[in-house]
Design a protein. Structure first.
Lengths: 345, 176
């Protein structure tokens, strides 16, 4: 049946007997086209041109569009992040700042990068603390608490990263620990300045919390460096520890002298009878206790200096930590007496 | 879907205005086009004129725009050329002898055999079914291409072709 139908293919009644060349020649004559096309052949060059055109259309143009969109989005994000750099807790753009920092931490591939970033971010939090302290406004307590919490977290995270580097015997563990320790020491100075300028008691307490964290981190970093030096005897850690402990011993000496001077003033007031008789006995007991402790300082400092010269870093560290703690307790005691005297209680 | 060769030809036509590439492209599609025009128009001369007009319009389109379906566009233009032809001759009376089909029909009726019956039955089909049969069995088009060309569903096209063939077969049996 199909064969019978197909037999009619060339029947003129069904449009058969068609000669394209003849029709083309007629068309070419009518419209001025080239008649002879027999020499036409598609070459590799034609295919290449076609594929170049297609690739530019299907790959390069969409890729260009995607790139443009990316530049716009990324550019906007960069602009927003840049604008957020000056923000402090409570500002509209502050979360953007934190998110960009989290992203940087997430993208950090090594503990070294993380330690450096956390240290840098701790510095930012501290800067925020200073800015909040310098611009009194409603809700500053909460803002400062948020900044200090962030600071404590960053300092602790930096310390964790350094410990991780040390535990993995990372090549740059010592240099990073030294860098972080130096930064942490500068934070202590900054926090002390901020505490002096803090406008309220609660802000003062918040900053004191931060100081405790910084002290703990400083001790931990020193411990890390001492351990590293014991294991590797590297010149860099030796030089750093030497300078650090020299400074610590000098500070302890200086603080001890200041403390003695403050106690002398209290004793002078007692001898002049300017202290309430109800408090005199208590003050004298306190002064006696502190003086006794400070006396032992001399021996401890001598021991520390001797050990220091012999390279006994761990013992020096223990002595320094102990003396710092004692000074801190004595300082608090003297400060409470001074407050009582100044308020007349 | 266009093959790479056809796409390359279209690219040469559009970008380089290559007339030879146009001729090569047409040589693949013109058989069905000619058949369509000859079946739709009363005289061979009319079909040839319509063919030239269709090609010229097709050329203008190809050199100006990108094309997704060569045959689709070609037949769209051809249909509009046919429609214009009949609009322009609306008021004229077309003599019956103008129709080549009628003349051929008579000539073929001289011998009554199966082939003659097939011929006669095909001519008696309505235009659309006849076009389907021609595209399917003379041009070798796929069902889906015919359906697309006529704006029908694949299923209805397949059924229409099947019924037409079945009807012709029955008529042959009756005559036998």
């Amino acid at each position: 049946m199909v064969k019978l139908i197909k037999n009619l293919k060339d029947d003129p009644a069904f449009g058969g007997d068609f000669d394209f060349k003849k029709s083309w020649n007629k068309f070419a004559d009518q419209y001025g086209f080239e008649k002879d096309y027999s020499d036409f052949k598609l070459t590799w060059h034609d295919y290449f041109n076609y594929f170049t055109h297609i690739s530019s259309k299907t790959i390069l143009r969409p890729a260009g569009a995607v790139l443009s969109a990316f530049i716009i989005i990324f550019g906007s994000w960069i602009a927003t992040v840049n604008a957020s750099f000056g923000s402090v807790p409570g500002d509209l753009l502050y979360p953007v700042k934190l998110v960009s920092e989290r992203m940087q931490i997430t993208l950090a591939a090594t503990d070294e990068q993380k330690a450096r970033l956390h240290t840098e971010f701790a510095g930012r939090r501290l800067k925020e603390v200073m800015e909040i302290a310098a611009t009194p406004q409603v809700g500053n307590e909460v803002r400062m608490q948020a900044a200090v919490d962030g600071f404590k977290q960053e300092v602790a995270s930096a310390n964790v990263a350094v410990e991780s580097m040390a535990a993995n015997s990372s090549q740059n563990a010592d240099s990073v620990a030294i860098m972080v320790d130096q930064q942490v020491e500068s934070y202590m100075t900054t926090l002390a300045e901020a505490q002096e300028s803090s406008v309220s008691d609660s802000q003062g307490e918040t900053l004191a919390e931060a100081q405790v964290t910084v002290s703990e981190t400083d001790a931990s970093l020193t411990e890390t460096l001492v351990t590293s030096h014991e294991e590797n005897q590297a010149e860099s850690t030796g030089t750093y520890l030497q300078a650090s402990f020299q400074k610590d011993l000098k500070n302890i000496d200086a603080e001890k002298i200041v403390l003695e001077g403050r106690m002398d003033r209290i004793k002078n007031l007692i001898s002049l009878g300017k202290i309430s008789t109800a408090n005199v006995a208590q003050y004298q007991t306190n002064i006696q206790t502190i003086t006794g402790q400070l006396k032992s300082f001399e021996d401890n400092l001598v021991e520390a200096r001797n050990l220091f010269a012999a390279g006994g870093w761990r013992r020096v560290q223990e002595i320094v930590t102990d003396l710092k703690n004692k000074l801190s307790v004595a300082d608090e005691l003297v400060a409470s007496m001074e407050i009582q005297i100044s308020t007349g209680e | 879907m266009l093959d790479v060769q056809e796409k390359s030809l279209l690219f040469k036509i559009r970008v380089l205005k290559d007339q030879k590439a146009f001729a090569v492209l047409l040589s693949k599609h013109s058989s069905a086009l000619q058949r369509f025009l000859k079946m739709k128009l009363p005289k061979i001369e009319d079909a040839e004129d319509a063919f030239s007009v269709t090609l010229y319009r097709f050329w203008n389109y190809l050199t100006a725009s990108e094309v997704e379906s060569v045959s689709g566009l070609l037949f769209t233009i051809a249909r509009s050329v046919v429609a214009e032809f009949y609009r322009s001759r609306k008021t004229e009376n077309i003599p019956l002898e103008d129709y080549e089909v009628a003349a051929v029909d008579e000539r073929l009726n001289e011998k009554i055999d199966a082939q003659t019956i097939v011929n006669k039955e095909l001519k008696n089909l309505d235009d659309e079914t006849k076009e389907m049969i021609v595209m399917r069995y003379f041009e070798g088009w796929k069902i889906k291409d015919i359906a697309k060309h006529l704006g029908k569903s694949e299923n209805s096209t397949r059924v229409a072709i099947h019924r037409a063939v079945k009807k012709i077969r029955l008529n042959i049996k009756k005559c036998e």
